[in-house]
Ligand binder design. Structure first.
Ligand code: PXL
Length: 269
């Protein structure tokens, strides 16, 4: 069984980061260990008055203990990081705990709607780009691809990102002629997506977790992106009707089973 390490925050309410990564990655049949970066009462997108406990010093102690256990990971997936020093620490974690042939996936969580999430700035984006340069796959949304490269044109942004990482994926690009995944797999590719208008908080975390689960199962990037996008689309379609307040996240739970059926078909292909 693959062993995955998910590095992300625990937002107690709002269905994002580790509260999504754990169920989705485990359902894909992988062991999902966690390294929490921060503990928040809710995520920061749309809630006010949330609590935030930085877990940086605890992360160091956790890693020191793991070293005594000789733990090594097949895949490390990093998401929301609370500070520039945490970005540096994730590089250190990769060196210490990723197997030699292991896979590193970075979701460069920076912002949405063409603005930074609270607490992030240009300098943080620069640091995040240096983490991206150590990754096998990066999963920026369209805002993050802009914040990382300064390019609003997706093809230009993808080319720039491809200079840092072999497999950049822009996870939801609103183009003049439709809605697409832009990704790079030796050459530039563009996959059309079905689109539901609106801003659905937590969709990026569902995407990154499901994609990590697919890659851990040895699924090729095109197939992994297709079934992951379908899972996200169905979760968004359900949430459009079921979730009144979008900041509470996606109702993805009942869509896990059909996603796993898609994944099982790919595994048996
Ligand atoms: O969904 C990304 C995310 C993760 N973690 C925290 C966040 C956000 C986005 O707002 O605030 C704490």
């Amino acid at each position: 069984m693959s062993r995955i390490l998910a590095i992300n925050d625990i937002s107690c309410v709002g269905k994002c980061s580790l509260t999504v990564a754990l169920p989705v990655i485990s359902a894909c049949g992988a062991t999902c260990d966690i390294l929490p970066t921060a503990l928040l009462s809710t995520h920061t997108g749309g809630f006010t008055g949330y609590t935030f406990l930085d877990l940086s010093s605890e992360m160091e102690k956790i890693a020191a203990h793991w070293e005594t256990l000789g733990l090594r990971y097949d895949l490390i997936y990093s998401g929301y990081l609370g500070s520039r020093s945490q970005i540096q620490f994730v590089k250190d974690i990769k060196r210490r705990f990723l197997k030699e042939d292991g896979i590193f996936i970075v979701d460069p969580v920076l912002g949405d709607n063409f603005t930074f999430y609270k607490g992030f700035d240009e300098q943080f984006a620069k640091e995040m780009l240096s983490l991206c340069s150590e990754a096998d796959y990066i999963l920026p949304n369209e805002t993050e691809s802009f914040l990382l490269t300064g390019e609003r044109d997706f093809s230009a942004a993808l080319q720039k990102l491809a200079a840092f990482c072999p497999h950049p994926v822009i996870t939801g690009a609103n183009d003049k002629d439709g809605y697409f995944l832009y990704y790079y797999d030796k050459t530039e590719k563009r996959m059309p997506l079905k689109k539901i208008d609106g801003n659905f908080h937590g969709a990026g975390d569902v995407f990154a977790s499901a994609f990590s689960g697919c890659i851990a199962n040895g699924i090729a990037i095109d197939d992994a992106l297709r079934v992951t996008s379908d899972f996200c689309y169905r979760s968004i379609a359900r949430s459009e009707h079921e979730v009144k307040d979008r900041k509470y996240g996606l109702n993805y739970e009942k869509e896990i089973l059909p996603f796993l059926e898609d994944l099982a078909r790919l595994i048996n292909k």
